[in-house]
Design a protein around this ligand. Structure first.
Ligand code: NAD
Length: 504
């Protein structure tokens, strides 16, 4: 991290009270293209005063925003979804440049966020209370789902469009104001989305952005005027955020790290299963919280290893912006070294390296953070490659002799983000969906991320807090249910016209 701005590289701005402003910080960090190491821009580590200013602006805006008509809020998100569609190509190119994923994947990243924006535009149907008539004679009870106040979001590097869009649209649509802290590794596409949100009509102070790392996150967790914090990122940081922000009295939800298993039964459609495994393990360079990192091959399916290796070898490793790329670079040099050293540990721990993706030759991009598809067989609990979230294109293969033992194996792993089964047996799939202790289950679907009509429902060690992001659950997360019990005496139900006022 550099101590001052010394170059002419563009700077990423803060958004405070409707104004994009240059930070006064002395701490800045480079945003680097992971395929080339080119410095694209510099991002500030915001000061405590800047965090305070963002929260103050959000608090001020809340006074009027909380009473803004639901239709007016909904129409902003209708316009916003249109603007995102119109700028899709530009957004995807920006995302690929700073994050590394392929252009189709980058469009997917934006699109999955866009679906949440579309859902936010239906807020009129989502933020409805309940009413029970005559709970006692002449008494009604009803609920109001009221916004909390200033809410904050802290996002990871791997989905710099989708995950910010999981957060601020629904928080704002439900009547809150928001302070967003994007990943400092790739905040540029997030900022472009924020610009479009203002263009769609989000008023000054309703959405604010501060940049930074640990210090800014801690300032958000501790801030007395922030009511709720939504976090997505690693388990280590998420646990810290959950404890710190909860202690400060906030409502907190943390979606965290994963180790996702897929069971392959021998009756599965082989070609479709191998394609699905390759895409889910190596796509986005394995940097998805829902990536399949472990395949449990049951019985005869263990004979498919050479076919899986052959399939993985067909994937093209290249810069994300090049056409036909399947596997782009990892986010940083540090991420690349970490993945490479875990591969080394896997070999040392006794797993069989079926395919080694280290040091692939990528013409024209010799400085890129590339690791190609890597496959280990004979993986066992206790090995570092199984115990740690690798977050790279590395697939671990485990053998099991029955569906029951495969399910037990997965349930013994502490994580519960996602899982899948590949089979043509309805009975096996039904048993799996009933007995597996993981929050998001795919049946012949490798990455079962729910659309926003539902919520993201990772479980166990992959999540802290009861309610998930987006969908129905997030309406509850971003609102306080108020129960009103009302009695209106019927001794004067004429509105004062019965005795005293004459209409003549
Ligand atoms: P990360 O935890 O390093 O960073 C997430 C956020 O926390 C960033 O905004 C970062 O600035 C901040 N941060 C980093 N270090 C911090 C510290 N010491 N104290 C306070 N804040 C800190 O995660 P990442 O590397 O950006 O993202 C990858 C991780 O996110 C993976 O573990 C992945 O599984 C997880 N993830 C989970 C989901 C999910 O829905 N479960 C979705 C996407 C990513």
């Amino acid at each position: 991290m550099d101590a001052s701005i010394t170059s002419q590289v563009a700077t990423v701005k803060l958004l405070i009270d409707g104004q994009f402003v240059e930070s006064k910080s002395t701490q800045w960090r480079d945003i680097i293209n992971p395929a080339t190491q080119q410095v694209l821009a510099r991002v500030p580590m915001a000061t405590q005063q800047e965090v305070d200013a963002a929260v103050t602006a959000a608090q001020k805006a809340f006074k009027t925003w909380r009473k803004t008509a639901i239709g007016a809020r909904a129409r902003i998100f209708l316009k916003y979804q249109q603007l995102i569609r119109e700028h899709m190509t530009e957004l995807a190119a920006l995302l690929t440049a700073e994050q590394g994923k392929t252009l189709p994947d980058a469009e997917g990243d934006v699109f999955r966020g866009l679906e949440v924006v579309e859902h936010a535009s239906a807020i009129g149907n989502l933020q409805l209370g309940e009413l029970a008539n005559n709970v006692a004679t002449g008494v009604d009870t009803y609920t109001l789902l009221q916004p909390l106040g200033v809410c904050a979001g802290i996002t990871p590097f791997n989905f710099p469009a989708m995950i910010p869009l999981w957060m601020f649209p629904m928080a704002i649509a439900t009547g809150n104001t928001f302070v967003l802290k994007p990943s400092e590794q790739d905040p540029m596409v997030t900022m472009r989305l924020v610009e479009l949100a203002l263009e769609a009509g989000i008023p000054p102070g309703v959405l604010n952005v501060v940049h930074g790392g640990e210090d800014v996150v801690n300032a958000i967790c501790d801030h007395k005027d922030i009511k709720a914090v939504s976090f997505v990122g690693s388990t280590k940081v998420g646990t810290h955020v959950y404890n710190r922000a909860s202690l400060a009295g906030k409502r907190v939800q943390c979606m965290m790290g994963a180790k996702n298993h897929a069971i392959v039964l021998p009756d599965a459609n082989k070609e479709q299963t191998l394609n699905a495994l390759a895409g889910a393990a190596f796509g986005a360079a394995g940097q998805r919280c829902m990536a399949v990192t472990t395949a449990v091959l049951v019985g005869e399916a263990q004979k498919w290893i050479p076919d899986l290796v052959a399939k993985a070898k067909t994937l093209k490793i290249n810069a994300g912006k090049e056409q036909g790329t399947d596997v782009g670079p990892l986010i940083s040099c540090a991420a690349k070294s970490r993945v490479e050293s875990l591969i080394e540990r896997g070999v040392a721990d006794g797993a069989k390296l079926e395919l080694d993706g280290r040091n692939p030759a990528v013409a024209g991009y010799d400085k890129g953070n590339f690791v190609g598809p890597t496959i280990f067989s004979g993986v066992k609990p206790g090995m570092s490659i199984y115990e740690q979230e690798i977050f790279g294109p590395v697939l671990c293969l485990v053998a099991a002799d029955s569906l029951d033992s495969a399910i037990d194996f997965i349930n013994t792993n502490p994580n519960g983000n996602g899982t899948a089964i590949f089979t043509q047996s309805g009975a096996a799939a039904r048993k799996f969906q009933d007995d597996i202790d993981v929050g998001q289950v795919g049946i012949n679907v490798p990455i079962p991320v729910p659309v926003p009509l539902f919520s993201f429902t990772g479980s166990r060690a992959s999540k802290l807090g009861d309610l998930g992001p987006y969908g129905k659950q997030v309406v509850m997360f971003y609102t306080q249910t108020k129960t009103v019990t009302a009695r209106w005496f019927d001794d004067d139900s004429t509105g004062g016209l019965n005795t005293t006022i004459s209409l003549k």
